[in-house]
Write a protein that binds this ligand. Sequence first.
Ligand code: HAM
Length: 441
Amino acid sequence: MAQKIQGTEDLYGGYMRAWQHMQDVARDLFGAYGFDMIETPAIEQVDTFVHGIGESTDVVRKEMFRVFSGALLDGLFESGSESHLKPKQRMAMRPEGTAGVVRAAVENNFVPQGAAPAKLWYAEAMFRGERPQKGRLRQFHQVGVEWLGAPDPAADAECIIMLMEFYKRLGFDPSKLRLSINSMGDANCRPAYREKVRQFIYDHKDEMCEDCLERAEINPLRSFDCKNDHCREVMKDAPLVTDNLCDECAEHYAAVKRYLDEAGVAYVEDPTLVRGLDYYTRTVFEVEALDGGVGAIGGGGRYDGLMELEGGKPTPGIGFAVGFERIALALAAQGGSLETAEPSCVYVAAASPEQRDAVFQATLALRNAGIRTESDYQGRSLKSQFKQADKLHAPYCVVIGADEVASGTVTLRDMSTHEQTSVTLDELLAQMPELMAKSRK
Ligand code: HAM
């Protein structure tokens, strides 16, 4: 039997409806904040991710799925490496959405000089070559937003406020979520801070793991996130970014917190929150569900240098993304669910095979009126058609027999009371939308 790749999932039935529900909630809420939807390609040039996410990150170094067409693959086997490929031929599946959206913004000039900010949201599959486990997939789904051209700390606060409202609308109890925030400084103050952390790691090199010593060279801040408990213990004494911010970054961070306080959004400050992607500047944030043990259910931050890294003009940006699969798990752990009710339908039944054509016509007419409609395609008896209608949770059956065909009517059967009324097809089409709406309540 053919099998799906480990760490990937089929989305169907209730799980698919849950993913669609999450997108519907996002469309309503993010729409009210002025965001429009965007979809970028699932494959991009490797450089789009390397420039944006950062060469030293795990996402780029270890987790990116490379893409080679058959023709490129042949050359690859001959040369034994991809070094002979042109940059345009080096492709990868997107591990996250921000780099691609920013690439699209640069390429299509979404934020020309003097223009209002571009506000974009997406709902897409992402691909990371991680070791599959609960809440950690190789193909997963994110809903995310990117807000380009807004340096104001109110934008940071609004992003976070919108994110927390999103969880609420998905059914989370806000008291069971933890929002952590931090400021990572900017090109002004971070280089000196990074140097201090590097020095700290060198001063404690006998206590740190090999990975951290390697990190000290390329990106010492990653040691705050080391999987080794002992390293994290040592890093508790490392200099904190919040003690090393320049005046502008400190003011920006204070304003973000003031806006969050005014909006009544609860948060904890975590000066060791560094996030796994290199493009962040100033505000970063992450949300964890206290139940479920699935890790972060969302995260984001400001990335004021990313547009330039992707070849555009200096343009500030901020955004976040949430993971559908982790949200579904975390919500289930709180006793909730993203699933919406199965859609109900009307079932059109033929009393005998002679009425097949009449059933065919009534079925099409109902569908054209926008009613979800089913009928029998397997030659079932009337009794078995009723059973089928019950299985499909049809609140009504339309029954057509020889008498109905002769009199130009149909019989409308209420499946819960078994009450039957005789109506013309036109009357049926006029009544059905309201009856179906009532039956859903
Ligand atoms: P991220 O923190 O890498 O940020 O991912 C965001 C969310 O995606 C995570 O909090 C988690 O819920 C989900 N997620 C990540 N990896 C996996 C996985 N392997 N399996 C299942 N779910 C996963 C970003 O991706 C940034 N682009 C967010 C952002 C947007 N920052 C600014 N704008």
